[in-house]
Design a protein. Structure first.
Length: 108
């Protein structure tokens, strides 16, 4: 299992594994780092259609890996950004601890 192999992995790679991010979600995460982008801007950056990017963002929002903020400029739109990395590490640790407890209880 690749999940258990930590050889040569950075913190970010481990977080990606814990939350089971696919290649597109990893690309989106990298594009959002230290930026605020709309779905349309992200779609252009990762060369995917808007609906595909929207689905990936929704999954990432549900996993609490990114933030969405409403903006107005004649119309309402949303911009997305990553959470601060230290906060992501804490969320990953909590998720891993919760998973570990569930696995232990199942195996008893």
């Amino acid at each position: 299992m690749d999940f258990f192999n930590l050889e040569g992995k950075e913190d970010e790679d481990i977080i990606f594994d814990i939350f089971d991010l696919n290649r597109l979600q990893k690309q989106i995460f990298d594009e959002l780092r230290d930026k605020q982008l709309t779905v349309q801007e992200l779609a252009a950056e990762v060369d995917r259609n808007r609906s595909t990017v929207q689905r990936a963002l929704q999954d990432m929002l549900e996993k609490d890996l990114i933030m969405r903020e409403g903006k107005t400029d004649k119309t309402v739109y949303y911009v997305y950004t990553t959470l601060p990395f230290e906060e992501l590490k804490q969320i990953a640790k909590q998720t891993l601890d919760s998973w570990h407890e569930k696995v232990k209880s199942k195996l008893q």
